[in-house]
Design a protein. Structure first.
Length: 289
């Protein structure tokens, strides 16, 4: 023991040397007493492992992906095993009503050859005709229009003329005539929307109109002639369209029988020859035709 030093004893609880006189640990020069931090607590290690995992984020994601793949593989193995067990238990194969569904049963149809798409497509869009399933209904004739009724034309070349109604065609149009010898209206087709039906009637029992239909009034398609270099510069006079002789004869036959019945009624010929027109002071909605 050095001269002038105090006797030193050890405390068994703290295992630190203490002075016998003062009961305090010996002061160590150049060293401060240690402070207590949060990392010294026993829960810090657990908190650190839960907050900051040891694996990096991409490594953790790869681990989870491998785990999912293993689960799917096990599921597939279980399913295939169950199917094998069911097939072993089943003695006879199941047959459906459709023989094409099972291989070797019936005569399945040969697969049709796949059409190759064309290499080239047209420069312009080719319009495909639309499918029209609508069936046209026959046009209903107005109750006021009956065979022999005198009609007033409201539109067209013969506007205001009075004509005699003969029959309704399959297209729904009305077949009328002047007659041509009285007012210049030939046999023609008229829409019933553009006529006024009058109360005057003509007897047409002697007129034969069986041969008249929509084809009778169809226009003849003429082929265009190609002009040469010499004809192109020469001004040629085009021939005027003339009515065929057979149509002229048909008009005369219809007019002949009609004029006989018209002349039997007084003032009827002058009535058909006069053109209908409105004068000042006349109110159309108050007129009785």
């Amino acid at each position: 023991m050095l001269k002038g030093s105090h006797p030193v004893t050890y405390n068994p609880k703290t295992e630190e040397p203490k002075s016998r006189n003062k009961g305090k640990p010996l002061a160590q020069p150049n060293k401060r007493p240690r402070r207590k931090y949060i990392k010294d607590t026993p829960h810090f290690a657990k908190l650190l492992s839960s907050t900051f995992p040891t694996l990096k984020p991409h490594e953790e994601e790869q681990r989870q992906q491998r785990q999912r793949q293993r689960q799917r593989q096990r599921q597939r193995q279980r399913q295939s095993k169950a199917l094998e067990e069911m097939a072993a238990k089943r003695k006879s194969p199941v047959r459906t009503r459709n023989p094409d569904l099972i291989r070797g049963v019936g005569n399945p149809k040969a697969p049709s050859a796949v059409e190759k798409p064309p290499k080239f497509y047209p420069a312009d869009d080719v319009k495909k005709p639309l499918l029209n399933k609508r069936k046209p209904k026959p046009t209903k004739l107005r109750a006021s229009i009956t065979p022999g009724t005198v009609l007033i034309l409201l539109a067209g070349r013969f506007m205001g003329k009075r004509v005699v109604f003969l029959k309704q065609l399959t297209s729904g149009l009305l077949l009328v005539t002047g007659p041509f010898k009285i007012n210049g209206v030939p046999l023609r087709r008229v829409n019933q929307s553009y006529v006024i039906a009058t109360s005057t009637k003509v007897d047409i029992s002697g007129v034969n109109v069986d041969k008249f239909d929509d084809k009778y009034f169809a226009k003849e398609v003429q082929k265009k002639k190609k002009k040469g270099e010499g004809e192109f510069f020469e001004a040629e006079k085009e021939d005027k369209k003339t009515l065929p002789d057979d149509k002229k004869e048909d008009q005369k036959a219809v007019d002949a029988s009609l004029i006989k019945s018209i002349e039997g009624v007084p003032d009827l010929k002058a009535y058909l020859a006069a053109r209908f027109s409105l004068k000042s002071g006349m109110k159309p909605h108050e007129l009785v035709f």
